[in-house]
Design a protein around this ligand. Structure first.
Ligand code: APR
Length: 316
């Protein structure tokens, strides 16, 4: 088994803390680096007392950013501001775009070969931003930049299992497209095990999966967005990346990547994760008529989000 250093950027936040906790519990990690602009000494001290192998170290403030990512094989980024009721993920753009740009610049400099998993929203735009920054630095490898969309799969699995009385751990529904509103395309027709619903129920489930984040934002009533389920999903994705790096076969996660399976430059699909990151994009497979309509609705929005990210990263 390989040694793996994992860095979490934004480690003191609502997502960052439980994500770091779950990563500390993984035997695949030998070093866990926790970076934030605030509170990491406390978070790191606390997590470091857990009796698992990973050595935990906290880093605070821009001066310590580079040290935190140096030598990391995987950098997970949940840094940024979360939504409040009435906000879309795109409303976060103005703040989070520059955070992701600046963090990626540092990664490009000191850990150019690291795999980057981006949680900071709007993911449809922050993944293109990070990619443009890496291109400018001459270190871009499209097999190593991922938008974390695992929570959409986790939610789809939960809701479908609930509706059918199944064990949610044994349900797998691929979710493709992007990571906001109509760009989230659950492929319920490809669910394993196979399930079927009358049309109205299918539509209601699809909308619930697309709007699940907003469901949490509303329930939290101004105190934030999904943090615990997001941390769970982020940890699952990160650990899958590490299992792939270790040479384990057949590790598949849906994730938002540079892609040519569709007419947008980036697109989430099930992907095989391997020794160099993205090993094989498994593409879309056969869509139902209803899912084709969802795809048609997603593409213009996705294109706009991607363009917005690229324009931001390339503006003078
Ligand atoms: N570098 C590192 N950390 C930063 C920076 C930065 N430049 N700017 C902000 N942070 C940190 C904050 O200090 C905070 O600890 O990011 C953390 C964000 O935590 P929360 O405000 O609790 O937000 P959270 O709910 O974790 O969501 C963060 O993830 O899902 C997305 O939409 C969500 O974009 C949002 C992000």
């Amino acid at each position: 088994r390989c040694n793996h250093k994992v860095a979490v950027l934004g480690a003191s936040g609502g997502i960052g803390q439980p994500l770091s906790l779950l990563l500390k519990d993984s035997p695949l990690i030998t070093e866990l680096s926790l970076y934030d602009i605030v509170n990491t000494p406390g978070v790191a001290a606390d997590i470091s007392h857990i009796n698992t192998a990973a050595k935990v170290k906290g880093y605070t403030g821009p001066d310590e950013l580079k040290d935190s990512v140096k030598g990391a094989q995987l950098v997970i980024i949940p840094a940024g501001v979360p939504r409040k009721p009435g906000m879309t993920r795109d409303d976060l753009f103005d703040t989070n775009a520059s955070i992701v740009r600046d963090l990626t610049k540092a990664i490009a400099e000191v850990a150019p070969k690291a795999i980057i998993a981006i949680i900071s929203n709007p993911v449809n735009s922050t993944v293109p931003i990070a990619s443009e920054v890496l291109k400018k630095a001459g270190v871009y490898d499209p097999k190593k930049v991922f938008g974390v969309t695992t929570l959409d799969v986790v939610r789809a699995n939960t809701f479908i299992a609930e509706a059918k009385g199944l064990d949610p751990q044994k349900v797998n529904v691929p979710v493709i497209g992007g990571h906001s509103g109509v760009t989230i395309i659950p492929l319920i027709s490809q669910s394993k095990p196979a399930v079927s619903f009358p049309e109205d129920k299918l539509k209601a489930l699809t909308t619930r999966i697309q709007e699940a984040g907003t469901e949490v934002v509303k329930a939290k009533a101004g105190t934030g967005s999904a943090t615990l389920s997001m941390a769970y999903a982020g940890a699952r994705f990160g650990i899958s990346v590490l299992r792939g790096l270790n040479g384990e076969q057949g590790i598949v996660e849906c994730t938002f990547v540079k892609s040519d399976v569709c007419e947008t430059k980036y697109f989430a699909t099930p992907c095989v994760l391997g020794k160099n990151g993205l090993e094989k994009n498994l593409g879309i497979s056969k869509l139902s008529e209803y899912e084709k309509k969802l795809l048609d609705a997603a593409i213009p929005e996705l294109k706009k989000n991607i363009q917005k990210g690229e324009d931001f990263a390339n503006k003078k």
